[in-house]
Design a protein around this ligand. Structure first.
Ligand code: NAI
Ligand code: MG
Length: 353
C-alpha cells in the first residue's frame, strides 16, 4: 500500500468549496485503485484565522508542514478582512520561500468542451517550467537622486545553480512527455544574463541526447503561444518570462477556473505545494458555482509528483470527458454546481480506474 500524507489548506473563499470536492475525488481515486491511501490533515489557516489570531498561521506553521509529503492549497485572500499583501506574504509566499520551492510549473492544453479564444486550438498540450527563485524578480538594485535626476536600477540575478536546476527539471519532465524542450531566451537584446542562459542550456542539454530542443526569443515565443501552441511540449523560462508565458497559457485554455499549478521543491528537503492558478473569487463565493476543475487538475499534478502518472492521466481524461459532455460550471458555459461536477467525476472514476 502506497501512502501519502498531505497537508490541506482550503484557505479563503471558493478554496473552501473546491478543496473538499477535490479531496473527495482523490479519495475516490484511492478507493477504486485499492493500493493507494491518502492521509489528509486539514489546517484552517486563512484570513478568518488571522481575525482570530492576528496571524495567517501559527509561528511553528512552516515546521508543522515540513513533515508532510506535500501541501494541497485552495486559495488565500479576503480583502474585506485582511489586506492582500498581508495574507499573501503571511502564508503563501512564506511557504514558497522557506520550502525552497524554486520552480513553478503550469500546464496548458486544449481541453475538450471548453471554448478557447483561439480560432484553431487544435490539440495543444504544453507545460511551462518557470524558474521561481531569482532572475528578474530580485531585490538587488535601488534608487538614487529622488526627483528630476532620479535613477532606478533593477538587477536580474541568474546563478548557474538556479538556472541549471530549472533546466534539468524541464529535461526530465520532457522525457516523461513528448521529449521536447524549448528554451525561452532573449540573448539578442539582453546581453549578459541571456547569453549565459543559452550557454547553460547548451551544457544541460548535452546530458539529455534523447530530448529534442529548440530556443526562441521570448517575443516570438509569446506570439507562437497564440498562433501555433501545438509546436510546444516543455518550455523552460526565467522568472519574468515564465510569469508572462503562463498567463498566456491560461488564457488560451479559456478559463482561469481550470488552470492548475505546482510549486516544486527540488532538493527533496521540503514538501512541494500544489495550488490552482485562480484566487479566492469573493464575487462568487457561497453560491456553489465555482469551477472545481482547476483544483482537481492541481490534484492530478500532485499525483504526477508522487510518480502516479497513469492514475493522474486517467483522472484528467475523466475530467475532460465530463466537461465535454456539458456537465460544467457557469464560467465555461454550463449550469452545473461545484458539487455536481465533482460527483459526476467520482461516478465516472469508479468505472475506469
Ligand atoms: P480570482 O482568481 O479570485 O478571480 C478572478 C475572476 O475569475 C473572478 O471574477 C472570479 O469569479 C473568477 N474565477 C476565479 N476562479 C474561478 C473558478 N474556480 N470558477 C469560476 N470562476 C472563477 O482573482 P481576484 O479576484 O483578483 O482575487 C481575489 C482574491 O484572491 C484576492 O484576495 C487575491 O489576493 C486572491 N488571490 C489568491 C491567489 C492564491 O491564493 N494563489 C491567486 C490570485 C488571487
Ligand atoms: Mg502572473
Amino acid at each position: 500500500m502506497r501512502k501519502y500524507e498531505i497537508a490541506v489548506i482550503p484557505g479563503d473563499g471558493i478554496g473552501k468549496e473546491v478543496v473538499p470536492v477535490s479531496l473527495k475525488v482523490l479519495e475516490t481515486v484511492a478507493e477504486v485503485h485499492g493500493g493507494l491511501k491518502f492521509d489528509f490533515k486539514e489546517f484552517p489557516w486563512s484570513c478568518e484565522y488571522y481575525m482570530e489570531h492576528g496571524k495567517m498561521m501559527p509561528d511553528d506553521g512552516v515546521k508543522t508542514l515540513s513533515n508532510f509529503d506535500s501541501i494541497f492549497l485552495g486559495a488565500i485572500g479576503n480583502p474585506n478582512l485582511v489586506a492582500d499583501h498581508v495574507s499573501l506574504w503571511g502564508l503563501l509566499i512564506k511557504i514558497r520561500r522557506e520550502f525552497e520551492q524554486s520552480i513553478n510549473i503550469r500546464p496548458a492544453k486544449y481541453f475538450k468542451g471548453l471554448r478557447s479564444p483561439l480560432v484553431n486550438p487544435n490539440d495543444f498540450d504544453l507545460i511551462v517550467v518557470r524558474e521561481n527563485s531569482e532572475g528578474e524578480y530580485s531585490e538587488v538594485g535601488g534608487r538614487i537622486h529622488r526627483g528630476e535626476d532620479e535613477v532606478a536600477i533593477q538587477n536580474a540575478v541568474f546563478t548557474r545553480k538556479g538556472t541549471e536546476r530549472a533546466m534539468k527539471y524541464a529535461f526530465e519532465l520532457a522525457q516523461k512527455r513528448r521529449g521536447h524542450v524549448t528554451s525561452a531566451t532573449k540573448s539578442n537584446g539582453i546581453v549578459h544574463s541571456m547569453p549565459f542562459w543559452d550557454e547553460v542550456f547548451k551544457d544541460v542539454k548535452s546530458s539529455y541526447p534523447d530530448v529534442k530542443t529548440d530556443s526562441f526569443h521570448i517575443d516570438a515565443l509569446a506570439a507562437f503561444f497564440v498562433t501555433r501552441p501545438q509546436i510546444f511540449d516543455v518550455i523552460v523560462a526565467s522568472n519574468l518570462f515564465g510569469d508572462i508565458l503562463t498567463d498566456i497559457g491560461g488564457a488560451i485554455m479559456g478559463s482561469i477556473g481550470i488552470a492548475p499549478a505546482a510549486n516544486i521543491n527540488l532538493n527533496g528537503k521540503y514538501p512541494s505545494m500544489f495550488e490552482p492558478v485562480h484566487g479566492s473569487a469573493p464575487d462568487i463565493y457561497g453560491k456553489g458555482i465555482a469551477n472545481p476543475i482547476g483544483q482537481i487538475w492541481t490534484a492530478k499534478m500532485m499525483l504526477d509528483h508522487f510518480g502516479e502518472y497513469e492514475l493522474g492521466q486517467k483522472l484528467l481524461d475523466v475530467v475532460e470527458d465530463v466537461t465535454n459532455d456539458g456537465i460544467k460550471t457557469g464560467d465555461i458555459g454550463g449550469t452545473a454546481t461545484t458539487i455536481e461536477v465533482g460527483d459526476e467525476i467520482c461516478r465516472r472514476l469508479k468505472k475506469v480506474v
